[in-house]
Structures are given as C-alpha cells and as structure tokens.
Write a protein that binds this ligand. Structure first.
Ligand code: HEC
Ligand code: HEC
Ligand code: HEC
Ligand code: HEC
Ligand code: HEC
Ligand code: HEC
Length: 347
C-alpha cells in the first residue's frame, strides 16, 4: 500500500522533499532490534517518521542543517544561527532569551502566560512547536501536519490558505522564504527572508473569530506581526478586550505600546539604516506591505512596515527578551543601536 502510494506520487514528493524515504521514515522503528529514531527513542512517531519535531529539528549537533535529511536545525551548536535564532540560548543564557518550547524541556520560570494575551488563557507557558498551543501547522487539537512537508511550497507564499503554502508552515501567514545559497538564514542584505506586513495593524472589532476558527487559530491580516498577536494580542491590536487599549485607539501617533504593521514613513525614518542608502538591515529588518517574489537588498521607508521581528527573534536569541541587539546594555549607544536604525535622529 505505502509502496504503491510512493510510486504513484513520486514526482510530487520530489518537488519539495528529496532523498530516500528511509532517510526520514521507518516502517517499524526497528532494525536488528534497535530503534531507527534519530534520538534512539523506542517510541514510534505518527506518520512513521524517524523523529518527532524535536527529533528531526533539534538534534543538538554541530550542524545547522542535518546532512542526512536536510532538516533545518532550531537547536544546534553551529556558530551560524538560522533565521529563527537558536533555542540553545535558553539553556546557556536563561529563560528570558526566547520561547521555552515544552518539547525542549527547560520550562519558563518567570512568566505565567504570553504577555499581552487575553484571559481566559489555556496556553499558560506551555507553548509548543505545533498544535493547539503551538505556532507551526494547524493550530488545533489533532493532526497538525498531514503532508505539509511533502507539499511544502518554497519561495513565495502568497496564497497561504493551507499549512503547506503558508510562510514556514505558520498557518495563513504570507511571505517569501529565502531560497538562495543561505536558504534558512537571514545572512545579509542580499540573503534573507522577506516578511509580510501591513500599513495598519489588526483592529479588534469584538469579533472573536478574528483569531479563533474551526481551522485553528490564525491572524486574519496574514502578517507576521498579526501571527505573533494571536498570542500577544495587546502588543499589536488596536483596541483589545477587557478595556485594554492595545497599542492605542488608532493607527497614528501617539501610541501606547510600540506599533507594528505601521509604515516607517518620512521624517527621521526616511534615513533608515543611516549611511547605507537604505540598505536592508538583517539586525533590524522591516516587513514588506506586498508579498515579494524574491529578495531585495533595499528597504523602502515610504512603504515598508515595522514588525515584531524588527526587534525580536522568533525562537530564541542571545539577548534579553529575545531581542536582536543588547537593549539591556549599560552602554546607551549599544542599547539603542537597534532603535537608531529607524529612529535616526534620536542618538
Ligand atoms: C502560540 C502562542 C505564541 C505565539 C504565536 C507567539 N508567542 Fe511569544 N510567547 C508565548 C508564551 C506562552 C510566552 C511565555 C513563555 C515563554 O517565554 O516561553 C511567550 C513569550 C514571549 C516573549 C518573552 C520571552 C521571555 O522569556 O521573557 C517574547 C519577546 C515573545 N514571546 C515574542 C513573540 C514574537 C515576536 C512572536 C511572533 C514571532 C511570538 N512571541 C509568538 C506564546 C506565543
Ligand atoms: C527529508 C525527509 C523525508 C523524506 C526523504 C520522505 N519523507 Fe515522507 N514525510 C516526512 C515528514 C516530516 C512527514 C510528516 C509530516 C508531514 O506530513 O508534513 C512525512 C509524511 C509522509 C506521509 C504522510 C503524509 C502524506 O503526505 O500523506 C507519507 C505517506 C510519506 N511521508 C511518504 C513518503 C515516501 C513514500 C517517501 C519516499 C519517496 C518519503 N515520504 C520521503 C519527511 C520525509
Ligand atoms: C523526519 C524528519 C522531520 C520531522 C519529524 C519533522 N520535520 Fe519539519 N522538516 C524536515 C525537513 C527535511 C525539512 C526541510 C524541507 C525543505 O527543505 O523544504 C523540514 C522543514 C520544516 C519547516 C520549514 C518549512 C518551510 O517553510 O520551508 C518547518 C517550519 C518545520 N519543518 C516544522 C516541523 C514541525 C513543527 C514538526 C513537528 C510537528 C516537524 N517539522 C517534523 C524534517 C522533519
Ligand atoms: C488576537 C487573537 C485572538 C482574539 C481576537 C481572541 N482570541 Fe481567544 N485565544 C486566542 C489564542 C491564540 C488562544 C489559545 C492560546 C491560549 O489559550 O492562550 C485563545 C484562547 C481562548 C480561550 C481558551 C479556550 C480555547 O479555545 O483555547 C477562550 C475561552 C477564548 N480564547 C475566548 C475568546 C473570546 C471570547 C474572544 C472574543 C471576545 C477571543 N477569545 C478573541 C487568540 C485570540
Ligand atoms: C523598524 C523601525 C523601528 C525600530 C527598530 C524602532 N522603531 Fe520606534 N517607531 C517606529 C515607527 C515607524 C513608529 C511610528 C511612528 C508614527 O507613525 O508616528 C515608532 C514609534 C515609536 C514611539 C512612539 C512615538 C509616538 O509618536 O507615539 C516610540 C517612543 C518609539 N518608537 C521608540 C522606539 C525605541 C525605544 C526603539 C528601540 C527599542 C524603537 N522605537 C525601535 C519605527 C521603529
Ligand atoms: C521597537 C522594537 C519592538 C517591537 C517592534 C516589538 N517589541 Fe516586544 N519588546 C521590545 C523590547 C525592547 C522589550 C523589552 C521590555 C520593554 O522594554 O518593554 C520587549 C518585550 C516584549 C515581550 C516581553 C514582555 C514581558 O512582560 O516580559 C513580549 C512578549 C514582546 N515584546 C512581544 C512582542 C510582539 C508580539 C511584538 C509584535 C506585535 C513586539 N514585541 C514588537 C521591543 C519591541
């Protein structure tokens, strides 16, 4: 049965995933009586894979891309981190470096839930790779990925109506995935992912289905900041529930929390990344308000937007609060070094 399926769909399989089936799958999780799982676990996995998310993506080796499967690593000891950061910093530097994903052990100690979230709250600090309390895949109970890996759309994700064609399997999020030589990295101005943003943040209209749906939680504006806001609503939305104003009552200054999904604009922002003629900065990246189909090494302050990832990583970084630079530094110029990429007249 499996073999037949394999034969029949082999073209489709090859389009996204390459290599022999046995690189990633095991029929019984047993060879000469020993487990076939990468982490030697004798517990078999759904869809007969040789690991769960952690087993394939967080091997803790010195490779940032696993040489056998090609799986990008989110926890590794290579000197080069991938675009999401590296969960290893939670072990080496502490809980406040990022998302303490339950699968990786090392539970969050200081927080009790996602800051900026609404109550009732059933996620607590139990954020996971995927599923009801997770980020990737269908964010509800049950099977979160079925076929997404094989159907994976690489590069432009402008439809984003399914997990497989959403940006990095973040259901409903649009964007462009770096396909170049540094495929999983934000390396420099010419080699990075292109994030999708908007020129106005999500407004909480009182419609709970903005985020809740039968298909699982998702951001209705399909931006990366909207995605973060599904769990950190007050930090992105205009108007929030329970009398919390979110970032304020409208999408213009004065704000009450730092805005995201607003266009940089004119004035001091026109000089984004001073002295470089607006070169795109991978330390302080901006989001595009249209979905790009390739990489652009420039930023366009008149149309590009601030996003959560302008200041934060996604998984974990080496800095306090998962920031992209050392905002806690006692040296003011270091602390503000990221802010100054946009606020060019506030030194
Ligand atoms: C599925 C829900 C969920 C989503 C989506 C989510 N977060 Fe979180 N976030 C949490 C939870 C839970 C915590 C608190 C527990 C922890 O830090 O591990 C948290 C903590 C944080 C922290 C504080 C870290 C610390 O330890 O002090 C930052 C910063 C953060 N999130 C930023 C983001 C950004 C940026 C995004 C979008 C890329 C995002 N979050 C998306 C659930 C989420
Ligand atoms: C590089 C790793 C990798 C290789 C090689 C691979 N798979 Fe998979 N496959 C996965 C992962 C991961 C999943 C589970 C997650 C998902 O479905 O997105 C999966 C799921 C599946 C599923 C269940 C979901 C679906 O698409 O219906 C089938 C069937 C499958 N693989 C068959 C095969 C066959 C047959 C081969 C060889 C031609 C193969 N796979 C090669 C990684 C791989
Ligand atoms: C059998 C190994 C295996 C398992 C299990 C597996 N993955 Fe993957 N995953 C891969 C490989 C290989 C790729 C790279 C595919 C490619 O190059 O397009 C990948 C790619 C991804 C990507 C990037 C997709 C993109 O945008 O290109 C995400 C996100 C991801 N996996 C998340 C997960 C999560 C979450 C789980 C657990 C539910 C999981 N994976 C389970 C092997 C695996
Ligand atoms: C900005 C996105 C967003 C909006 C808007 C939103 N929610 Fe949620 N809500 C979530 C997310 C994500 C979760 C799951 C994670 C968690 O429990 O923290 C959740 C969880 C819940 C839960 C816990 C049970 C469950 O389904 O997981 C309840 C109850 C809830 N929301 C009620 C509401 C109500 C009522 C509204 C409208 C007044 C609303 N929410 C609007 C994002 C949202
Ligand atoms: C990616 C560019 C970018 C970065 C990085 C950035 N900002 Fe902003 N900031 C903006 C934009 C754009 C606005 C909104 C301006 C407007 O619409 O009036 C803003 C608004 C503000 C406001 C509110 C101003 C008002 O009128 O309500 C403050 C305060 C602020 N930023 C401080 C900071 C600090 C501190 C940092 C570093 C931790 C920082 N910003 C980093 C782009 C950025
Ligand atoms: C302009 C830079 C900037 C942007 C944009 C930004 N943040 Fe932050 N964030 C910070 C800084 C700096 C801190 C450290 C604490 C502080 O000063 O508020 C922080 C702290 C946090 C925390 C931890 C709060 C706590 O109680 O420990 C969370 C969660 C968070 N941000 C989520 C987000 C999300 C989600 C977005 C997008 C909707 C976002 N941030 C956008 C700069 C930013």
């Amino acid at each position: 049965m499996r073999q037949h399926w394999c034969f029949f769909f082999s073209d489709e399989i090859k389009s996204a995933i390459t290599g022999s089936c046995s690189n990633c799958h095991t029929m019984h999780n047993s060879q000469n009586g020993s487990p076939m799982n990468f982490d030697n676990s004798d517990v078999p996995n759904q869809m007969l894979t040789r690991g769960n998310c952690k087993g394939c993506h967080a091997m803790g080796s010195s490779d940032n891309i696993d040489p056998l499967t090609g799986a990008p690593q989110v926890l590794h000891n290579n000197a080069v981190d991938l675009a999401g950061g590296n969960f290893k910093y939670l072990n080496s530097l502490g809980d406040n470096r990022g998302h303490n994903v339950v699968e990786l052990g090392n539970p969050e100690g200081a927080l009790t839930g996602p800051p900026g979230h609404h109550n009732p709250d059933n996620i607590g600090v139990n954020v996971s790779c995927s599923g009801l309390k997770g980020c990737h895949g269908t964010r509800k109970t049950g099977v979160v990925f079925k076929g997404a890996h094989h159907k994976n759309v690489d590069g432009i994700c402008d439809v984003a109506d399914n997990v497989y064609n959403s940006y990095r399997f973040l259901y409903k999020v649009k964007g462009y995935e770096n396909m170049g030589a540094y495929k999983w990295q934000n390396k420099d101005a010419s080699n990075h992912n292109e994030y999708f943003g908007a020129n106005t943040p999500m407004t909480f209209s009182g419609n709970c289905n903005n985020c809740h749906s039968d298909q699982g939680f998702r951001p209705y504006n399909q931006t990366i900041s909207g995605f973060c806001s599904t769990c950190h609503g007050a930090f992105h939305l205009i108007g929030w529930m329970d009398g919390d104003p979110g970032i304020g009552d409208n999408s213009a200054s004065p704000f009450m929390r730092h805005p995201t999904d607003v266009v940089l604009g004119t004035g001091e922002y026109a000089d984004y990344n001073p002295g470089t003629s607006n070169q795109y900065s991978v330390t302080v990246p901006v989001a595009r308000t249209t979905v790009y189909s390739g990489i652009d090494n420039k930023a366009y302050p008149a149309s590009d937007a601030v996003m959560c990832l302008s200041c934060h990583g996604a998984h974990a970084t080496q800095y306090y609060k998962m920031l992209r630079w050392d905002y806690k530094s006692l040296t003011l110029s270091t602390a503000l070094s990221g802010c100054n990429v946009c606020h060019t007249s506030k030194n």
